[in-house]
Design a protein around this ligand. Structure first.
Ligand code: NA7
Length: 543
């Protein structure tokens, strides 16, 4: 790439035009007056919400919390229609943000960044794309999302299927008509749990190929009234400020009592109330030790299993749907609309591929160890190469030509989840080692946008050319992230948090579990201490 003529010279390249790219572009370009080029693989803005258009796709954060806060009037003007925002509405929101702040004018769509090489002689990044761009930038900022590399398992015969097959994360924009079709869906994570009830209503027959049953609690989705949204808007500043300093990026209070400190009757009543209210309150607002104490967790896990047996009429099916191999919330907790009820429908069949694994995908369907299923459509709800997959696909090279994917071969190495030693002036919004996927994402995204722009402001005013994590600080941070995770029950499940869903991926817990407030404080302290743990290189070459 070094011989390719430079097609553009800018202050910063931002990769991605989802929440992160939009917010970062706005801050750097409009607030700080920098020249910015944004590259986006999709043909428009939206990121996660551009790609994930599967039936039932919806955010699990409440709509009024799932927003950008850099413009108060935007917060006052936008009207969410539902308790949890559906994919089309989030996409409309992000499109509105792009229109309102004219954020597309320096964005290049349908273009994937394929390489980014740090040139030590100029202290600049040279960013290459699949469209032949070669852009020189002082700063490289990734807003590539945590779940943007789809994972289609390499099942024997996968590509021999004669009918159409779709991954939930690459759903056709024109939609898919399932009417009269025999549909097989593989996967019962968040995407499966959201899409299965919707697909079941349309398909002639839906076969759900389940390897691991999941805990899920009712979302209790519904419309929101104008009065309740107006109330939120009156208190928006306080709500968002509380969210910024919370554990998970929402303003709800966390329970302060142990599940082991109450009687069986009281505990049951608390779970019943949370189940009736719906959403993540079941985790946050019941007991404070569900995620860390196995005995406490067992009470929550058993409560959910009991509910599954109450809802699902066929006891054998209920048994298969009841998770027993991992504690509740050791995988990404799920919330759903009518998920378990869906298995009471005559046109839905649960296929237990843990007991009898898939042997082959054939031209006509799926063959398991104990049966053959003729299908018209296959849906892969099989998840993502999370958090690192998209980074590893780009040829990112730092000092001495070192490739990020080699540096991360045994698991991602970052300082504060936003930088990596040896890669100066590279900033990763919601990178591995930051709260990211364990939080309400826009809160974490805006925290990173704020912190990164603080670094850049400092570099500009102090004549700093390179900002780079120190190895020791990084080693300590990675150890801290692992140490915190080891005190939780997260290590007891084969989750994508640990990379366990991708064959051969190192088993390393990737997000920071300490909470967004604690994390924000740490980032602020590092900045206040003159960017402790970072090496700041003085301007010696023109930038
Ligand atoms: P997830 O949560 O990774 O779920 C993927 C599902 O696909 C899960 O049930 C997997 O079973 C299943 N899977 C994956 N590979 C296979 C193979 N080879 N055979 C059978 N079944 C398989 O992805 P989602 O898209 O649902 O959700 C990702 C995140 O998006 C979600 O957590 C939210 O944060 C938003 P397994 O459990 O591995 O046995």
């Amino acid at each position: 790439m070094s011989n390719t003529p430079i097609t553009e010279t800018v202050d910063a390249v931002v990769i991605g035009a989802g929440f992160s790219g939009l917010a970062m572009n706005r801050r750097l370009r409009d607030d700080m007056g920098m020249s910015v080029r944004v590259f986006e693989a999709g043909h428009d803005v939206g990121g996660t919400w551009y790609w994930n258009r599967y039936p039932g796709a919806r955010c699990d954060s409440e709509s009024f919390l799932y927003c950008l806060t850099f413009d108060k009037q935007l917060m006052q003007d936008w009207e969410w229609s539902g308790k949890y925002p559906e994919q089309p509405e989030i996409l409309r929101y992000l499109t509105h943000v792009a229109d309102r702040f004219d954020l597309r004018s320096n964005m290049t769509f349908n273009t994937r960044v394929t390489s980014a090489h740090f040139d030590e002689s100029t202290n600049r990044w040279l960013v290459g794309t699949d469209a032949g761009d070669s852009v020189s930038a002082k700063y490289l900022i990734t807003g590539v999302g945590c779940l943007s590399s789809t994972q289609k398992p390499n099942i024997k015969g996968r590509d021999s299927f004669a009918g159409p097959s779709y991954h939930t994360g690459e759903w056709p924009h024109e939609g898919v008509d399932l009417t009269g079709k025999r549909v097989g869906v593989i996967g019962t994570g968040s995407s499966g749990v959201q899409s299965i009830p919707v697909m079941a209503k349309q398909a002639e027959h839906l076969y759900v190929f389940q390897r691991t049953p999941n805990y899920t609690v009712p979302a209790r989705h519904g419309t929101v009234t104008k009065a309740s949204l107006d109330e939120v808007k009156k208190n928006y500043d306080a709500i968002m400020e509380k969210s910024r300093w919370s554990t998970g990026g929402s303003h709800y209070d966390m329970s302060e009592i142990s599940a082991m400190s109450v009687s069986d009757e009281e505990r049951e009543a608390i779970y019943e109330r949370a189940w009736a209210e719906g959403g993540f309150k079941f985790l946050q607002d019941t007991f404070n030790d569900i995620a860390v104490n196995l005995d406490a967790n067992a009470t929550a896990s058993e409560f959910i299993r009991k509910k599954i047996r109450e809802i699902v009429k066929n006891p054998a099916v209920a048994d298969k749907l009841a998770p027993v191999d991992h504690p509740f919330a050791s995988k990404r907790p799920l919330i759903d609309t009518d998920y378990f009820d869906t298995y009471n429908r005559d046109n839905v069949t649960l296929v237990d591929i843990h007991a009898a694994p898939i042997e082959e995908i054939t031209p006509t369907g799926i063959r398991t160890q104990d049966g053959t299923y003729d299908l018209d459509i296959i849906v892969f709800a099989t998840g993502f190469d999370a958090m690192t997959g998209t980074y590893n696909k780009m040829d990112i090279r730092g000092r001495n030509g070192l490739a990020l994917k080699d540096v991360w071969a045994a698991g991602p190495l970052t300082y504060l989840g936003v930088t990596s030693a040896g890669f100066p002036n590279l900033f990763m919004i919601t990178g591995p080692g930051s709260p990211s996927v364990l939080s309400n994402m826009p809160v974490s995204i805006e925290q990173h946008v704020g912190w990164i722009s603080g670094v850049i402001e400092h570099m500009r005013s102090a004549g700093i050319s390179t900002f780079e994590a120190q190895e020791q600080a990084q080693t300590d941070w990675v150890a801290h992230v692992n140490d915190l995770a080891s005190q939780t029950l997260f290590m007891q499940a084969n989750s994508w948090y640990l990379g366990a869903n991708v064959p051969g991926k190192p088993r390393v817990f990737m997000p920071y579990v300490g909470g967004v407030g604690t994390y924000r404080q740490k980032c602020d302290e590092v900045a206040a201490a003159g960017y402790e743990g970072f090496t700041l290189g003085k301007e010696s070459v023109s930038a």
